[in-house]
Design a protein around this ligand. Structure first.
Ligand code: UDP
Ligand code: MG
Length: 320
C-alpha cells in the first residue's frame, strides 16, 4: 500500500450526492469513451455524504477497475465544490476533467475538451448547448451570468456547467489557495493564463432530482459575488452617500416649510414610507456586510473544509 502513485494522463473528478441509480450508466459510458482515448486515466468519485446506496455502488465500481477508480467518502454533505476540491487534492493526471454524476454532462464530450487542452489551453470551460433544465433556471442563470460578468469581470459563459478541463498546474494553484468559499470554475478562470470555452451537449438528468434548491443556488451565487468582487460593498457606500444627500435636501426643505408655513402634521404617512424605505436599505447593507464578515469568520477559524471518512483505492505501481 505504500508504493507511490504513478502519474496518469487524465484524471476525471466526479462529485456524487445521492446518485445511486446514475452510477452504473455513468460508469459504462465514461469508461467506454475514456478507453477509446487510448491514454492512461483515473476516475475519482467523491461521495459527498450520500444517504442512498451510492456508498456501496461506488465501492463496487472501484472493485471492477481497482487500478483506475478511486473513491473518497466524505463524512457528511459538504457541497459539490468541496467534493471537487477533495478530488483535486489527490489527482495524479496532467489534465483534469470535472463532470456531474447525473449524466447531464455526456462523458462522450470529454475528448473534445482534451483536444482543446492539447491545443495549448490551460483551462477549457463547457457551454451547454440546448440546456435541459427548467425554463426558470435557464433564464435565472442567463441573468445571473450577465450580472456576474459585470461585477467580477470573470468571463464564464455558462457558470453552472461543470464539464470542464484544467491543467494540473492550475489545479495545484487552487489546492494551495485553501479558500473556504469555493466556486471552482471562477477561481480557475481567474488563475488561468490561456482559457477557452467550447460548446458541449447537455442532457436531461438520467434519474433523481437536482440537488440545488433555489436557496442553495442563491448561497452559491453569494459565494461567487463575495469571493471575487467588492462591488456590492462599494455600491452600498454610494447608495448611502446618495440617500444621505437626498435626506439632507429634504431636511432643509422641511425646515424652510416650518419657517414659512408654520407647524403642520400632514404627510406623516409619507414620512413613514420614506423612513421604512431608508431602513430597508440599511438592513440590506448590514446583510451585505454580514455576507463578507461571515466568510472572513469562516476563513480565520481555519476549520477543516471537509472531513474524509474513507478513501478506497488500490495503490498498485502498474496502474495504467
Ligand atoms: N452534488 C454534490 N453535493 C451536493 C450537491 C450536488 O456532490 O451537495 C453533485 C451531484 O451529485 C451531481 C453534481 O454535484 O453530480 C451536480 O448536482 P445537480 O445535478 O443536483 O445540480 P444541477 O445539475 O441541477 O445544477
Ligand atoms: Mg445536474
Amino acid at each position: 500500500m505504500t508504493t507511490p502513485l504513478r502519474s496518469v494522463y487524465l484524471s476525471v473528478v466526479i462529485p456524487v450526492y445521492n446518485e445511486s441509480d446514475n452510477l452504473e450508466p455513468l460508469y459504462q459510458r465514461l469508461t467506454t469513451s475514456l478507453d477509446k482515448l487510448d491514454k492512461s486515466y483515473e476516475i475519482i468519485f467523491i461521495n459527498d455524504g450520500s444517504q442512498d446506496n451510492s456508498y456501496a455502488r461506488l465501492n463496487e465500481l472501484q472493485k471492477r477497475r481497482p487500478a483506475q477508480i478511486r473513491v473518497i467518502h466524505f463524512n457528511g454533505n459538504f457541497g459539490q465544490h468541496m467534493a471537487v476540491m477533495a478530488g483535486f487534492e489527490r489527482v495524479r493526471g496532467e489534465i483534469i476533467v470535472t463532470l456531474d454524476a447525473d449524466l447531464q454532462n455526456p462523458p462522450e464530450e470529454i475528448p473534445a475538451l482534451i483536444q482543446a487542452m492539447e491545443e495549448g489551453h490551460d483551462y477549457v470551460g463547457g457551454i451547454r448547448k440546448k440546456r435541459q433544465d427548467t425554463f426558470f433556471r435557464c433564464y435565472a442563470s442567463k441573468l445571473n451570468n450577465w450580472l456576474r460578468y459585470k461585477m467580477t469581470k470573470i468571463r464564464l459563459s455558462d457558470q453552472g456547467c461543470m464539464l470542464r478541463a484544467y491543467r494540473r498546474s492550475l489545479v495545484e494553484l487552487m489546492v494551495i489557495s485553501k479558500e473556504t468559499s469555493l466556486f471552482i470554475p471562477a477561481q480557475a478562470y481567474s488563475l488561468s493564463s490561456n482559457p477557452t470555452e467550447i460548446e458541449v451537449r447537455h442532457d436531461a438528468r438520467e434519474s433523481g432530482a437536482s440537488k440545488y434548491t433555489f436557496y442553495r443556488l442563491l448561497r452559491l451565487n453569494f459565494d461567487l459575488m463575495t469571493g471575487f468582487s467588492l462591488l456590492p460593498l462599494q455600491i452600498f457606500t454610494v447608495l448611502g452617500l446618495l440617500t444621505a444627500a437626498l435626506s439632507g435636501l429634504f431636511v432643509i426643505y422641511m425646515f424652510l416649510r416650518r419657517l414659512i408655513v408654520g407647524p403642520e402634521a400632514e404627510g406623516v404617512f409619507t414620512l413613514f414610507a420614506i423612513l421604512f424605505f431608508l431602513l430597508g436599505i440599511s438592513v440590506m447593507g448590514l446583510g451585505i456586510v454580514g455576507e463578507y464578515i461571515g466568510r472572513i469568520y469562516q476563513e480565520v477559524r481555519r476549520r477543516p473544509r471537509y472531513v474524509i471518512k474513507e478513501v478506497v483505492e488500490h495503490q498498485t505501481p502498474d496502474s495504467h
